[in-house]
Design a protein around this ligand. Structure first.
Ligand SMILES: O=C(O)CCC(=O)C(=O)O
Ligand SMILES: [Fe+2]
Length: 243
């Protein structure tokens, strides 16, 4: 009861630099943008690779996944999905690349980021404009699901990861780059929040221990659960396939 009183919307949510390179901007997406992304989520899900529970070493993840640009399976990227008739995912649309660029520009502006990337505003704008994510992971967390601590390290690029959240609030655990264990910081990622992690924290361990019940904003087009979209630069050539 008391816990519920002090979670999420009742606490002031401010932009926060959790660690060098890790910036959380609460409420970055407007309600209209969130609505658009929910509709888009359904369109992507109806495409060549339906949301599915990926298997990791034979064990199914609780989260459902689809992707753009590259298919992800068992810690590796491929251009097509053998599990889905060899079909290839749709590519990352230009508008979503644009969202990624704006995300870097906003998150890493000197008003939020004091440690990294330490660029002047014009340098930041120019750098953000070169961000070209060639893959997006689109996760759906049904109520009660979670994601264990892991590093996003299948990419051969150290470009930042841009993460967007829609629907139920998630407890997100931002760890360190060495171990899955402490020190870590727990934050709440609510509908519309932006999180970026790059630079010295690009390969930090992170996970989602749980979703919070009763936190779907009223009017949200996603009736339950949570969508998380991460944009990544794979650094892979389109003709490559990871073993
Ligand atoms: O759902 C999240 O906030 C994080 C998702 C994530 O870590 C991943 O897809 O690799
Ligand atoms: Fe991740």
């Amino acid at each position: 009861m008391v816990d519920a009183l002090f979670t999420d919307s009742l606490l002031p949510r401010q932009p926060q630099e959790l660690a060098p390179g890790v910036i959380h901007l609460p409420g970055w997406l407007s309600v209209e943008q969130q609505d658009f992304l929910v509709a888009q989520f359904h369109r992507w899900g109806a495409g060549s690779i339906p949301p599915h529970h990926p298997e990791i070493y034979g064990k199914k993840m609780s989260v459902k996944l689809t992707s753009l640009g590259w298919h992800w399976s068992n810690y590796s990227y491929s251009r097509s999905a053998p599990e889905f008739g060899g079909r290839a995912p749709a590519s990352v649309p230009d508008w979503l690349v644009g969202v990624g660029r704006k995300a870097l520009q906003d998150a890493y502006s000197s008003s939020h980021a004091s440690y990294w990337p330490q660029l002047s505003e014009p340098e930041l704008v120019a750098w953000a404009a070169t961000y070209s994510p060639d893959m997006a992971l689109i996760n759906y967390y049904a109520p009660g699901t979670s994601m264990g601590m892991h590093q996003d390290k299948e990419e051969r690029s150290s470009a930042p990861v841009v993460s967007l959240s829609i629907g139920q609030t998630a407890l997100f655990r931002a760890g360190n780059t060495e171990t899955k264990t402490r020190p870590y910081q727990d934050i709440l990622l609510a509908s519309g929040d932006l999180l970026v992690f790059g630079g010295p924290s690009r390969f930090m361990y992170h996970g989602v221990p749980k979703l919070l019940e009763g936190t779907t904003p009223s009017g949200c087009l996603l009736p339950e659960g949570r969508i998380n979209i991460t944009l990544r630069v794979t650094g892979l050539h389109p003709s490559e396939k990871q073993a």
